[in-house]
Design a protein around this ligand. Structure first.
Ligand code: B30
Ligand code: ZN
Length: 258
């Protein structure tokens, strides 16, 4: 495997060859079996508090598209839920599939959605850099939002309208005055469990917070994500048609709900 990706020869089933933690005890995503989740009255509401000026760039990293934020100060943070203290916003990115009927990483009672949004935060109260936090069991908090096929999402348009300007891997554009809470559903009710990054190096450092209410996305918007290339300038062009890892074994973990 030359470099990991989502093709037959370098996709999720091959990642364990280079990243043995792929078979670890707290891997993500998972299939959330709603009847097995445990209501926890101690779980607090979520308090996202984002400053739109901390958004910096939108980029194509070859395995997704992300909006990156200035995380040198506590300007944009997530508090509450299962979290102790505040977790600082680092980036927002997306997962999608080859057709409109699948593309999410997490599943709910076996059902997949058209896509999934990840809002990635790190524990700057305890750790000094994102990279250091990503190696700690309580280092990262990722807020996941399902993208459900339906009407076009006007908030998502801000992002999808930029995708043709960052078509090739490695391209980026300035992107500011963006508050990712505009992409959140009305209800911030959630499920939470301890897991991992869903892409190599698959580090087991993520407190997952999966929102129960999805947001809408239309077929035309999903098509714009699939039009991104996983290849760089000058290389033979290859579209990033899918970038989801399938659900992994729960291995006795508890999934709690608020
Ligand atoms: S996820 O939410 O578990 N899918 C990273 C953060 C969260 C997830 C996956 C990866 C991450 O920060 N990885 C290292 C930095 N990457 C950015 C990226 O999104 O994945 C840098 C890069 O190569 O350009 Cu990969
Ligand atoms: Zn992700």
């Amino acid at each position: 495997m030359l470099h990991w990706g989502y093709e037959e020869d370098n996709g999720p089933s091959r990642w364990k060859e280079i990243f043995p933690i792929a078979n670890g005890d707290r891997q993500s995503p998972i299939d959330i079996q709603t009847q097995q989740t445990k209501y926890d009255p101690a779980l607090r509401p979520l308090y996202p508090n984002y400053d739109p000026t901390s958004a910096k760039v939108i980029l194509n990293n070859g395995h997704s598209t992300s909006v990156e934020f200035d995380d040198t100060e506590n300007k944009s943070v997530l508090r509450g839920g299962p979290l102790t203290g505040s977790y600082r916003l680092r980036q927002v990115h997306f997962h999608w599939g080859p057709s409109d009927d699948l593309g999410s990483e997490h599943a709910v009672d076996g059902t997949k959605f058209a896509g999934e949004l990840h809002v990635v935060h790190w524990n700057a109260d305890k750790y000094s850099t994102f990279v250091e936090a990503a190696r700690q069991p309580d280092g990262l908090a990722v807020l996941a939002v399902f993208l459900k096929l339906g009407e076009c999402n006007s908030q998502l348009k801000t992002i999808t309208d930029h995708l043709d300007t960052i078509k090739v891997k490695g391209k980026q554009r300035r992107f500011t005055n963006f508050d990712p809470s505009c992409l959140l559903p009305h209800s911030l009710d959630y499920w939470t469990y301890l897991g991992s990054l869903t892409v190599p190096p698959l580090l087991e450092s993520v407190i997952w917070i999966v929102l129960r209410e999805p947001i809408n996305v239309c077929s035309e918007q999903l098509a714009k994500f699939r039009n991104l290339l996983c290849t760089g300038e000058g290389e033979a062009a290859f579209c990033l048609l899918k970038n989801f890892r399938p659900p992994q074994p729960l291995r006795g973990r508890e999934v709690r709900r608020n």
